[in-house]
Design a protein around this ligand. Structure first.
Ligand SMILES: [Mn+2]
Length: 282
């Protein structure tokens, strides 16, 4: 993992916080990867602080899930720490892609903590090299369908469009209530319809922009958008997707600087925990 931060000091390993109950990555079945990249953000900066905030928030929740009747302690969870990423977007996305590819080739599953939503492009590009028939489910308040924004094709306003290209159209998005007007409308569905759009025989990647949830529940985001999903709806989606073959997921766009009482980070940590146990807990 050449891009992973080496936290070795002079003759000692500096202690860093791992996600709840996570150990080393070598023997892990599921690996958490921090991708603290925010250069593709169009409005508020600060999502690069999210991996650390989500790890800290994870210390406040239980490792056992009463919903999925499983415990993170039994999930073979490892935490790879944060990637040391270039501030050049294409280089950073390539670093993320290489890392995800490498873990998937070892048979592991990945949970990527953004960072802004552009990190999903890198993660899915890496996954696509290992699993060519990949399909993607996205939760996002914003359609992210622009071909380019502020002169960049990798702006976080272009994420769904880039994913759509990467997986030959096999992407469906739910929770969206902010559109430009020229979207491929067939891609945008209700969260109840989302599992029906997916092919159960295909490996699946789930990307969660935390702003898909209602801002009253997750206010600490880059671009808040009223009228969002309830937490219980996301859990229902997890239950439906537990029947699928998930190879990875990400949670992006948590903005700790705008997160009163850290509730967005706690909700993100909880979704990481429930997602891991839903998809890989048994
Ligand atoms: Mn969004």
């Amino acid at each position: 993992m050449s891009h992973l931060a080496e936290n070795h000091g002079k003759g000692e390993v500096r202690k860093r916080m791992r996600f709840l109950e996570a150990g080393q990555v070598d023997d892990a079945q599921v690996v958490i990867i921090g991708a603290p990249f925010e250069e593709a953000s169009s409005y508020r900066k600060g999502s690069s602080l999210a991996p650390a905030a989500i790890r800290r928030a994870s210390q406040s929740i239980e490792s056992y899930s009463a919903i999925f009747r499983a415990d993170l302690r039994d999930a073979g969870l490892g935490d790879a720490g944060d990637l040391t990423l270039s501030n050049q977007i294409e280089e950073a996305l390539s670093q993320i892609a290489d890392t995800v590819e490498s873990f998937l080739r070892k048979g592991k599953r990945v949970v990527v903590l953004g960072g802004d939503h552009s990190v999903s492009i890198g993660a899915i590009a890496g996954a696509r090299r290992v699993v060519p028939n990949l399909q993607v489910a996205v939760l996002d308040a914003h359609s992210d369908w622009r071909d380019s924004y502020n002169g960049s094709r990798y702006s976080h306003a272009c994420t769904v469009r880039r994913i759509w290209e990467l997986v030959e159209g096999r992407v469906w998005v739910a929770g969206t209530r902010s559109f430009v007007g020229n979207e491929d409308w067939s891609r945008y569905v209700s969260i109840d319809e989302l599992p029906q759009k997916l092919d159960p025989s295909r490996p699946t990647y789930l990307s969660i922009d935390i702003d898909a949830l209602d801002p009253s529940l997750c206010p600490g985001v880059g671009n808040p958008e009223p009228g969002g999903l309830r937490y219980e709806q996301v859990i229902s989606l997890f239950k439906a997707l537990s029947e699928f073959s998930l190879i990875g997921m990400d949670i992006v766009e948590v903005h700790p600087l705008y997160d009163p009482a850290e509730i967005t980070a706690v909700t993100a940590a909880k979704l990481v925990q429930e997602g891991i146990l839903a998809f890989w807990g048994k």
